[in-house]
Design a protein around this ligand. Structure first.
Ligand SMILES: NC(=O)c1ccc[n+]([C@@H]2O[C@H](COP(=O)([O-])OP(=O)(O)OC[C@H]3O[C@@H](n4cnc5c(N)ncnc54)[C@H](OP(=O)(O)O)[C@@H]3O)[C@@H](O)[C@H]2O)c1
Length: 308
């Protein structure tokens, strides 16, 4: 396959690029800065510069590939207010709609990235693909797009596959910035009591799920992609500090962090997503090589320490 990957320099996107290349596929990587992307991704992918807010910079690329993987997410450093979250959702919508249109026009597959916040808080109950999308604040954009893409599949024959990963860990992303780096600086705290569930997936396992979805998923299908063992946020936090050889940390009232980080982010991180990933295993034959965060968090911590 020849695959266009948006957000190719991102935490998820770069892992997808590496997996596709390792499996012998061709990659066209949509990036914002080709020089930086070349240093990050190496010589193999064809680099295309584009801006997700400007469809004219990328929609034409769809014709030249067999399929598209969309992982780009607008960069918005700083406090994530409700207004700024809407900018994030709008950017995702601009890009996903333009890619979907082009995919309909040229008969290409679109693999869309949703997320673990799209179902909202379900306490101790299990979530799966049949659970209605009643999103947490940061899941609103993906949940809206999920409905639009499903409608495009029904009404215009869009070949779309939606993947909704759990919390993605590995050497980068939120795992690095919100856990490991905060712990190194003595600033990590558990958000509230941490009784809410988080389902996780290692970034390399997630990348394999994209390749499986490109190759084997039915048009119009949707998959939660999570490892075998959800954890309560308190335990997940303890596993990170244990792996780093640091003392366990106290907790911080979410209300305090809302002032610092923004309500939508904190209200999403404190929701409970205990997700079952049976369907991706049954339909696509996907199994995580790292089935439990507790057994593999040390590897990611060590990889980050090597990079530092
Ligand atoms: N990480 C998780 O735990 C997680 C969990 C569930 C779902 N997801 C979903 O997975 C997707 C990817 O997340 P991620 O963690 O990989 O994000 P990320 O690391 O922040 O990557 C975002 C990517 O989008 C690119 N980008 C930013 N602004 C752009 C613009 N204006 N035009 C074109 N590209 C732009 C970035 O390029 P630069 O390198 O140039 O900034 C980067 O390649 C998101 O939809 C997210 O909701 C993530």
């Amino acid at each position: 396959m020849r695959v266009l990957v948006t957000g190719a320099t991102g935490f998820v996107g770069s892992a997808v690029v590496r997996r596709l290349l390792a499996d012998g596929h061709g990659v066209e990587a949509l990036v914002r800065d080709a020089g930086r992307a070349r240093r990050q991704l190496g010589e193999a992918p064809v680099l295309r510069e584009g801006d997700m807010l400007v469809p004219g910079t990328y929609a034409h690329l769809v014709e030249g590939v067999d399929a598209v993987v969309h992982t780009a997410m607008l960069s918005l450093p700083g406090r994530l207010t409700a207004r700024r979250a809407e900018r994030l959702f709008d950017a995702d919508r601009v890009m996903a709609q333009a890619l979907a249109d082009a995919c309909v026009g040229h008969g290409r597959r679109l693999v869309y990235t949703g997320g673990c916040f799209d179902w909202g808080d379900h306490g101790d109950a299990w979530i799966d693909e049949a659970t209605p999308l009643t999103p947490s604040p940061l899941g609103v954009g993906h949940a809206r797009m999920a409905r639009e893409l499903d409608a495009l599949h029904r009404d215009r024959g869009l070949d779309v596959v939606r993947l909704s990963p759990g919390f993605v860990y590995g050497p980068g992303g939120l795992f690095a910035s919100a856990f490991v780096e905060q712990a190194e600086q003595g600033r990590l705290r558990c958000l509230g009591a941490g009784r809410n569930w988080w389902s996780c997936v290692h970034v390399d396992d997630l990348a394999s799920a994209y390749v499986a979805a490109l190759a084997r998923a039915q048009p119009g299908s949707a998959y939660a992609v999570v490892d075998d063992e959800p954890l309560r946020l308190r335990e997940l936090t303890d596993l990170v500090t244990d792996a780093m050889g640091r003392p366990r940390v106290g907790s911080v009232p979410p209300a305090l962090l809302r002032l610092l980080l923004g309500g939508p982010l904190v209200d999403s991180l404190t929701t409970s997503f205990r997700i079952r990933g049976d369907r991706v295993r049954a339909d696509l034959g996907w199994t995580p090589s790292r089935p439990r965060f507790r057994d593999h968090v040390g590897e990611s911590v060590a990889a980050l320490a090597r990079e530092a």
